[in-house]
Write a protein that binds this ligand. Structure first.
Ligand code: ATP
Length: 453
């Protein structure tokens, strides 16, 4: 069977991720652990750039949003009150022929007959609810009284700490609490590389507001979040705001959108933006008996705020960034012959390495010393990579393949050997156009910092 172009593209992406150190299988030397992934030296930089940019535009650049960092293990009562213990489930079906365990929505329906997508078998069990939370025990005794769960979302610690954060930050409505952190779900079928993992990270904002303004803020955050993805290099044409119809929405939500991206394996969710009303705070008020409310100084009214939640996945967005960036074009090799070039066209803001620095030749002490000096000059401002091995064309190719947007080369002109006017200038190469400009070393920091911010 011919593989589709999109399947081939995805295979190339997965193999590049491993080969260049973006993403490895967790516990690989022991055969891996399904649904778990490790980020290598380049992957961790990409992930950090994403999280830092989210934090910058969602927290630092806004006067009414503060952050927090909650624990992964929480009192079991939280998960009872939030509804997760009873209802955070996926319907699961077993195939009696090949023993595959499937999510009910993956079963193939052929003219009303249910079939296993693995083996085509028709002998399937009835759907059963499977709770996605990882159960664990806190303390030395393993009994019912010590049970809790690894958090399946970061949001609940924000709701539970609502009053504390409100008091210390002294914010007025509308205001938000943001958090980035790990979440765990025992997904029935982890798949599509890191897209559906069992351990992943979320970037969540809970934006508290008055009931009358809930829908207004839902629309506002949907638009803000779409802009965010554009600002990290994902074009609007590949993003879709899918409005969840009434019958599919959680019963407490008055409006939910999924922001979806066209992955090579299909259109899939990157983020949910949901108007959750006052459901979560009310649940915790009922269960804890504590007043998680807000006092309005002007009207002297006390009430429970409503909340709009943009909830994004770090790992899914990293995968979208890599899929979007992956490209192949042609470029001349050392001898001028055209060859295929693999290039990750990351937005400079997201690129793991911002600038490479090369001496033209490895065996010229002056070139090497100058290049090392320039790398040192740039390092406090951005992640740079110094490389002196191999021909200059190959060195550029290696950087193109990992998405480094800029390359600085120190040549004999830099040393002032050819033209005095060019002394202390370097070539600055652009990854996408492959054009080179000559710039003074003294201007490098300001030119580059303005382009990668
Ligand atoms: P899906 O329908 O794909 O399982 P969801 O609607 O259950 O996702 P939410 O509960 O809304 O997801 O979680 C918010 C975000 O967290 C998602 O948009 C996604 O980016 C991320 N996320 C959720 N589950 C996973 C997972 N198993 N692996 C990676 N990211 C995830």
């Amino acid at each position: 069977m011919n593989k589709s172009l999109e399947t081939q593209r995805m295979e190339k992406i997965v193999s590049l991720c491993k080969r260049r150190g973006f993403i490895f299988q967790s516990s690989e030397i022991y055969g891996g652990l399904n649904g778990c992934w490790d980020y290598g030296p380049l992957g961790v930089e990409l992930k950090r750039n994403l999280k830092n940019y989210w934090w910058r535009v969602m927290v630092h650049e806004r006067e009414n949003i503060v952050g927090m960092d909650g624990s992964i293990l929480m009192n079991r009562a939280v998960w009872k009150a939030s509804g997760h213990e009873d209802t955070f489930t996926d319907p699961m079906v077993d195939c009696r022929s090949c023993k595959a365990r499937l999510r009910a929505d993956q079963v193939i329906d052929k003219k009303g007959i249910q079939q296993c997508p693995n083996c085509g078998g028709k002998d399937l069990t009835a759907p059963r609810a499977f709770n996605l939370m990882f159960k664990t025990f806190v303390g030395a005794t393993e009994d019912e009284s010590s049970v809790t769960y690894l958090r399946p979302e970061t949001a609940q610690s924000i709701f539970v700490q609502f009053k504390n954060v409100l008091e210390v930050s002294r914010k007025k409505l509308p205001f938000g609490i943001a958090q980035i952190g790990k979440a765990f779900r025992n997904e029935i079928n982890p798949r599509n590389f890191t897209f559906r993992s069992r351990e992943f990270e979320q970037m969540e904002l809970e934006y508290f507001c008055r009931e009358e303004e809930g829908i207004k803020w839902l629309d506002y955050w949907l638009e803000e979040r779409l802009k965010f993805y554009e600002n990290i290099g994902i074009p609007r044409a590949k993003l879709h705001a899918h409005e969840i119809p009434d019958e599919e929405r959680a019963f407490y939500s008055k409006g939910t959108y999924d922001i979806e991206y066209d992955f090579p394996f299909g259109r899939q969710e990157l983020e949910g933006v949901a108007y959750r009303t006052d459901y979560d705070l009310q649940q915790h008020i009922k269960a804890s008996g504590k007043p998680l409310d807000y006092f309005d100084e002007e009207t002297k009214q006390r009430f429970v705020p409503h909340v709009v939640e943009p909830s994004a996945g770090v790992d899914r967005t990293v995968l979208a960034l890599i899929c979007e960036a992956y490209d192949e074009d042609t470029a001349p090799d050392e001898k001028g012959k055209l060859e295929t070039r693999v290039v990750l066209r990351f937005h400079p803001r997201m690129a793991p390495i911002k600038c490479s620095v090369f001496p033209l030749l490895k065996n010229n002490e002056q070139l090497v010393a100058k290049a090392k000096e320039i790398a040192g000059l740039l390092r406090p401002h951005m992640n740079v990579f110094y490389d002196e091995t191999g021909g200059i064309g190959r060195r550029y190719r290696r950087q193109d393949e990992i998405g480094t947007p800029f390359g600085v080369t120190v040549d004999f002109e830099t040393l002032g050997e050819k033209d005095r006017a060019l002394q202390d200038t370097v070539t600055l190469r652009d990854r996408d156009s492959m054009k080179q400009e000559r710039v003074p070393i003294t201007e490098l920091v300001s030119i580059l910092t303005s382009r990668v911010r």
